[in-house]
Design a protein. Structure first.
Length: 519
């Protein structure tokens, strides 16, 4: 299970949590005014290393990492946050486990007290961060400071300073906060020398609230995708085996020269949340430009076309008889969005963007995101087996919260009604023309066209439910049962499955249906 590493909750204002939630509960950290950390200030210069050997270990490595830790540790900070926890609106009945009654509006459950004018209690969490400038700018993870009502930064010399949020970017899970002061020791992102699998790394942070802790390991893999669904479109993670745990979120990953090559973000953990030697860091090449824009603008503005794009799988390539797997498949187009206004349709394959070849769906998403709102995006597409060019004017990408809310609303729709045993059997599916009666029965929107599935699929078509609509088959739009039958027969003669684009209540789905040998 992939887990975040922050937010071990503490007991504040009526909520009882584990006492070990944060080191702030057991260590007396003296307050102080801003200034140099333990006599160190200014930019912390990394070792030069041998010429031409960007990641070759210096003399003595890896026998000890003590020198490099001593060099960079003053720039790493512990971040303690307070967040508001909604008050439960039900009251458990004593002696009746599992039974509760609603609390009347405006009243507080007995035994709980909240702060004046606020609904809920306060929870404490902890994470990590690091200075990237002498005037107090600190990099951390978005999920460390998201929804925080108070942020306290604890420095390496045990002082604590109040911090404010400068900007957050949920799409990359990065944030910048700031403390007042000057002459803070800071470190820098490394972009030019790219880490390789097998290179040594050092992770420094605040695991389990323990404060300045260093662990060492190697780069286990690069360009890891689909690690975190909230950031997978914009981040190719570094995978490292240096032990990182809860509370390491937002801390830096250093190379052996003290250069920041990543920002710790997520782990695969055991059921208790501990490290199993598989951690993930946001690479410096991605983090640096995002951090710089957050410092300038306080937010990240990305281009947007309003379309769901999918990867062209080997099965899709064979079924659609494509020469290669390059390009991005348009699974669905949002009605009224920039893509729809520009003429992009469900089932199109985007081959190039502004004259440059599109490698895959992630490549298209990132390049659209790099566009400015209002830019014209020239796309060469493959539609119904023919190439053509369209122009889409980029919009502004909504916040991740808005996008996630829309996705959850779609997935929350109910299951299809009971099947009706009518229609024709094609490829293991019972299908029928999309009549007004079927559209009403299955609540199918007016803009959806194709043939409707009227009974659960059998054999290799299991998973198809009544009310699903097949909108495309192969390289053609499906307007009748005969269209679907023709594509199924062509696929059977070609010895491969038939590609289908299927509308469901949760959204469009591309499917390659393996065909039975006979009807």
């Amino acid at each position: 299970m992939m887990k975040r590493k922050e937010f071990m909750l503490g007991a504040v204002a009526g909520l009882t949590f584990a006492a070990a939630a944060t080191a702030g509960g057991v260590i007396d950290w003296p307050s102080a005014q801003a200034g140099p950390v333990a006599g160190v200030s200014g930019r912390l210069a990394p070792s030069a290393g041998a010429a031409g050997l960007a990641f070759a270990p210096p003399q003595g490595a890896p026998l000890s990492f003590a020198d490099i830790f001593q060099q960079v540790a003053p720039a790493v900070v512990q971040i303690d946050v307070a967040t508001r926890v909604p008050r439960p609106r039900t009251l458990e009945l004593p002696g009746f486990p599992g039974f509760s009654i609603p609390v009347p509006e405006g009243q507080t459950p007995e035994g709980e007290e909240g702060e004046e004018g606020e609904d809920g209690a306060t929870a404490l969490g902890a994470g990590s961060g690091f200075f990237i400038s002498a005037d107090g700018y600190i990099v951390t993870n978005n999920h460390v400071v998201e929804n925080a009502t108070e942020i306290t930064v604890r420095l390496a010399d045990e002082r604590e300073l109040e911090a404010r949020v400068v900007g957050r970017d949920p799409a990359t899970d990065l944030a910048v906060i700031k403390v007042e002061g000057s002459d803070f020791p800071f470190v820098s992102f490394e972009e030019s020398a790219q880490p390789r699998v097998g290179d040594w790394v050092i992770a420094v942070g605040n695991p389990f609230g323990l404060g300045g802790t260093a662990t060492a390991g190697i780069v286990s893999a690069t360009s890891r995708q689909n690690i975190d669904p909230t950031t997978s479109s914009y981040v190719d993670f570094l995978q490292i085996d240096a032990a990182i745990n809860r509370g390491n979120s937002g801390g830096p990953t250093f190379d052996i020269y003290g250069r920041v090559i990543g920002v710790n973000s997520a782990i695969y953990g055991n059921p208790l949340g501990g490290s199993v030697g598989i951690g993930f860091a946001i690479p410096a090449t991605i983090a640096k430009p995002v951090v710089e824009e957050l410092m300038r603008e306080g937010r990240i503005e990305r281009g947007y076309i309003g379309a769901t794009v999918g990867l062209i799988t080997p099965e899709m390539q064979r079924s659609l008889q494509l020469p290669n797997r390059k390009g991005a498949y348009i699974v669905s187009v949002n009605p009224g969005g920039p893509a729809a206004s520009g003429g992009l349709r469900d089932g199109d394959i985007v081959l190039t963007l502004n004259g440059q070849e599109v490698q895959n769906n992630t490549d298209l998403t990132r390049r659209v995101g790099q566009a400015n709102p209002g830019d014209t995006l020239r796309m060469e597409i493959l539609r119904d087996g023919r190439r053509q060019t369209i122009n889409v004017r980029s919009g502004t990408r909504p916040s991740e919260a808005e996008l996630n809310a829309g996705a959850e609303a779609g997935s929350a729709q109910g299951q299809a009604p009971a099947p009706e045993a009518t229609g024709s059997e094609v490829g293991g599916l019972m299908v029928a023309p999309l009549s007004p009666a079927a559209r009403s029965r299955y609540d199918i929107p007016a803009g959806v066209e194709g043939v409707v599935v009227t009974a659960p699929g059998r054999g290799k078509a299991r998973g198809f439910l009544p009310g699903y609509v097949i909108t495309r088959a192969g390289n053609r739009t499906v307007r009748s049962v005969a269209d679907l039958q023709a594509e199924v027969e062509a696929a059977r003669r070609g010895g491969h499955g038939v590609f289908l684009l299927v509308w469901t209540p949760q959204g469009n789905r591309p499917v390659v249906l393996e065909l039975p040998k006979s009807e």
